[in-house]
Design a protein around this ligand. Structure first.
Ligand SMILES: Nc1ncnc2c1ncn2[C@@H]1O[C@H](COP(=O)(O)OP(=O)(O)OP(=O)(O)O)[C@@H](O)[C@H]1O
Length: 879
């Protein structure tokens, strides 16, 4: 390592004294010939891809690019319909053509850039020219990537040094070499040593003998390019970087890497010193792009100040001016001998191709074009109006010459390449669009499949619950019509089971709904993204319309398949159900026949029963015939929901607890105030808030305690809860009448569990004789809970509660009395209608508690006696 303490290090060499041969000088006049401008367009980064930004730099070939090329707006058809063009208000495209010494497109590697920039320069360095490379561009445009790179993609500094060592090897026989490197940064107009970090800035000195010097700078000796890599890595760690809006690792200083090559010719002992400077400039962006304020803003201002003076120096050098304002900034002072004069200079202008960096890219290209002095534009040539006429004429001639050359080149390339190269570029772009569409579609497709699966599961679950409820109602209905024991079994076993099933159904539904909700949101995002990408792709390349159409067809196919699978599944479930039901139904008529004939055998079949029997048997026969009707039956909404699979926006799960719950309509079916008038039940519509007691016309109070919420939370499916009886039961009519149950309504009645005990309590009358009360139960139709068709609507309670008080048959004969026949509800073993026994028993009791038997009971008894099935002939005779 060569360390030069206190002694300023010369950063340029003037004069030829001291045996040092000055490096060859170019003149300011032909500076333009010495400066080579290369533009590098980096690939779009992830953010730019995500934003779906437009590519505003079109690299035509290795010398020319078009900035803000014209967009071709072609009609875009989606599913056969022309979509409106979006960009009516869009500004016109600049369509500026720039020609540079070299243009490196998005695919160019650091090696490619090295080949076109510094490789050739090394020959000049060996010949004794100072050389410098500086990379210019906005933040995030790829300057550091170009200069330093990474382990996998070493930058041009490493590649240049590697080549330098290779070149030195070639010359080793005739020359001795000594290499020293320094790495400094210019931050906020101060110079710091990156290889020997210190907070104290280094001073720039200038004298007539050594030129510009940096006092106290360390020079490091290196022998291989590998050593350099570590050194650069360490140096970079000391470089001032701050994240900006535009680049998370934005370099906020100008980094200057300098290589001093001391060559001694073995034969002549002549010493020659040359210098290679590689400068990674800080970002040239506008302050607004970085979102910087405070310290960062000041930093930005200093960066811009030095870049501005660098630009001025370049301009002046290009103009052939006698005065070059190097002293305007630290950077230009430092680079004084690396810019004009005796120096070969390469400027690499880095740009992003994305419309996101439109202004920065435009400014960089203008800056680079100024350095190159050539900008070929359809609209205008940027020419400094202050130029002296002679220079203008000269430059104009040069420009014209170059334009002609380029035109010749272009026409040649248009003959040669119009069909080839642009096609290749286009092919590449189309391929890229395809890749993007496929990526988006695969995400979308997997989300769609997941969503359709969840929705199918939801529909299957709804159907199962519907069938379960129907079956349960049927069982309850049958039990209600058969025996007290069956009824009790329904109360003790079936109802709790049904409750548990309903509760579990609700839990599963809630869970499924929330899964559907979150999957739908993701699916919708992916759908929108796919739509945008497809639209963009087709508007860029109409050739992609078929490809996009194909993607949409695939999605439709997925829907159709999912719908098909769902229908198949639903059908097979229904089919199983129908099979089971058919089997059961086919046994019914023969059983009915036996019963009827038994009755008839005992001569107990009244004509009305016979007529009804004949009617039912006719229906049974008809039921066997197949109806070939293709008339659309009215499909109920629930069925529609179950069998459809259209993706619509779900709400946030089922909304069980919304404000309308307080105003839900509840049908309360109850007796009129005359309990005997049980056949004339009218549904009463009440608008009640959950939990509000409802006073029934018969002076009973019931509490409606039913809602999805309570189902879910308290496992309290039972709804009408009797909280208060204002008076003990009267001895109600001791009758049986099941006509209150509509046998056609499968959602019909069942007796609430838990109500039986209260209703069965013996009633103490004034005479202290216990009277067996009539069993009554509140009849509930909570099983009519339905969901509405629309997946998007909130679940509604449809007829959530139907409570009605109905008289209930007593369990069996009185103690001591002969046991009943054990089947059916109204016949004793010998075929005598049970009513007769009951009536007899009640008559006995009536004798004891004649006074306590109310008028209602009397009327009810009369009704029973008048009932066609229950009037025993003996009684009729007595009458
Ligand atoms: N040609 C390229 N190929 C691949 N990635 C690139 C290329 N150019 C730049 N990048 C990536 O872009 C990002 C920004 O690049 P870089 O840091 O070099 O920008 P910069 O111009 O030096 O920014 P700043 O001035 O803020 O320091 C980095 O992650 C880099 O890896």
């Amino acid at each position: 390592m060569v360390k030069i303490e206190k002694r300023p290090v010369a950063t340029g060499f003037k004069g030829s004294g001291g045996g040092i041969v000055p490096s060859k000088c170019g003149s300011t006049q032909n500076m333009a010939a010495n400066i080579k401008v290369v533009v590098r367009v980096r690939p779009l980064n992830e953010k730019e891809l995500d934003l779906n930004s437009r590519v505003v730099v079109d690299v035509v070939d290795d010398k020319m690019l078009v900035f803000d090329p014209k967009e071709e707006i072609r009609p875009f058809f989606y599913q056969g319909v022309q979509q409106p063009n979006k960009n009516f208000l869009k500004r016109a495209n600049k369509e500026l053509k720039f020609v540079f010494d070299n243009v490196c497109g998005q695919e160019a590697s650091n090696k490619d850039v090295f080949e076109t920039t510094t490789k050739d320069m090394l020959a000049a360095l060996m010949e004794g020219y100072n050389c410098s490379v500086f990379v210019y561009g906005a933040t995030g445009a790829g300057k550091t990537f170009t200069m330093i790179g990474s382990n996998e993609h070493p930058g041009i500094t490493y590649l240049t040094m590697e080549h330098l060592f290779y070149t030195i090897n070639q010359f080793e026989k005739e020359r001795e070499f000594d290499i020293g490197v320094s790495y400094i940064e210019v931050y906020n107009e101060n110079v710091y040593d990156l290889l020997k970090p210190s907070k104290t800035p280094l001073q720039l000195r200038e004298d007539s003998k050594y030129g510009v010097m940096v006092a106290g700078l360390t020079l490091n000796n290196i022998k291989t390019a590998r050593e350099l890599l570590n050194m650069l890595e360490n140096g970079n760690k000391n470089r001032t970087q701050h994240p900006t809006d535009a680049n998370a690792e934005s370099s906020r200083s100008h980094a200057v890497f300098q290589v001093y090559v001391k060559m001694r010719y073995k034969t002549s002992s002549q010493l020659r010193l040359v210098k290679l400077s590689m400068i990674d400039l800080a970002g040239s962006e506008r302050a607004s792009a970085t979102g910087c304020v405070g310290e960062r803003f000041k930093e930005g201002a200093n960066i811009n100040k030095s870049l501005l003076s660098l630009g001025n120096c370049i301009n002046k050098l290009a103009d052939g001016s006698n005065y070059i304002p190097y002293r305007d900034s630290k950077l230009t002072r430092l680079l004084k001998d690396s810019l004009g004069g005796n120096c070969k200079t390469v400027m690499i202008a880095n740009v992003s191709p994305s419309s996101v960096s439109y202004e920065d890219t435009y400014n960089t290209l203008k800056y680079a074009a100024r350095a190159n002095k050539i900008q070929l534009s359809i609209k205008k040539n940027i020419v400094d109006g202050d130029m002296r006429l002679s220079q203008y004429v000269k430059i104009n001639e040069e420009l014209k010459k170059k334009v002609k050359e380029l035109e010749a080149k272009l026409s040649l390339s248009s003959v040669k390449n119009v069909s080839k190269e642009p096609d290749m570029v286009k092919e590449k772009a189309i391929k890229e669009w395809r890749r993007r569409i496929i990526d988006c579609d695969s995400v979308h497709a997997s989300l769609e499949t997941e969503l359709l699966n969840l929705m199918s599961r939801q529909r299957v679950l709804a159907l199962r619950q519907r069938l379960r409820t129907r079956a349960f109602s049927h069982v309850a209905d049958l039990a209600h019509r058969s025996s007290y024991e069956a009824m009790e079994q329904v109360c003790n076993e079936d109802i709790p089971r049904q409750e548990r099933a309903a509760e579990s159904y609700i839990k599963q539904t809630v869970h499924l709904d929330s899964q559907i909700m979150s999957t739908w949101t993701k699916w919708d995002d992916s759908r929108k993204r796919l739509h945008v990408v497809c639209n963009q792709a087709v508007s860029d390349f109409t050739e992609l319309a078929d490809f996009v159409e194909n993607i949409h067809l695939k999605s439709e196919l997925r829907h159709i398949k999912a719908r098909d699978n769902l229908r198949y599944k639903l059908l097979s479930i229904e089919n199983e159900e129908i099979n089971a039901f058919t089997e059961y139904m086919s046994e019914m008529p023969s059983m009915l026949k036996k019963l009827y004939l038994t009755l008839k055998g005992y001569d107990k079949a009244p004509p009305a029963l016979t007529a009804e029997y004949i009617e039912i048997m006719k229906k049974a026969k008809l039921a066997k015939a197949i109806t070939w009707s293709d008339k659309d039956s009215e499909i109920d909404s629930n069925f529609k929901f179950i069998s459809s699979l259209d993706i619509q926006k779900p709400t946030t799960a089922i909304d069980y607890d919304k404000k309308d719950e307080g105003n839900m309509t509840i049908d309360i079916m109850t007796d009129s105030d005359d309990l005997t008038d049980i056949e004339n039940r009218e549904p009463i519509k009440v608008l009640k808030r959950k939990g509000t007691p409802i006073k029934l016309p018969n002076n009973e109070t019931i509490l409606i305690n039913d809602s999805f919420e309570s189902l879910d939370a308290t496992r309290n499916l039972n709804s009408a809860k009797k909280i208060k009886r204002e008076k003990e039961f009267d001895i109600a009519p001791d009758i049986e009448n099941y006509n209150v149950v509509d046998p056609n309504d499968l959602n019909s009645t069942f007796v609430l569990a838990g109500k039986m005990d209260a209703l069965r309590k013996p009633i103490k009358t004034e005479s202290k004789v216990e009277v067996q009360p009539v069993k009554r139960g509140l009849v509930d139709r909570t099983n009519t809970i339905q969901r509405t068709i629309n997946f998007g609507d909130k679940a509604k309670l449809v007829k959530p509660v139907v409570g009605k008080a109905i008289p209930f048959r007593r369990p069996g004969p009185q103690p001591g009395a002969p046991r009943g026949p054990g089947f059916g509800s109204s016949l004793s073993r010998d075929g005598t209608p049970l009513q007769r026994n009951v009536q007899d028993a009640s008559r006995t009791k009536t004798n004891v508690t004649q006074k306590s038997v109310g008028f209602k009971a009397v009327r009810a008894r009369e009704r029973v006696q008048n009932h066609p099935y229950s009037r025993p002939p003996a009684l009729a005779a007595r009458k």
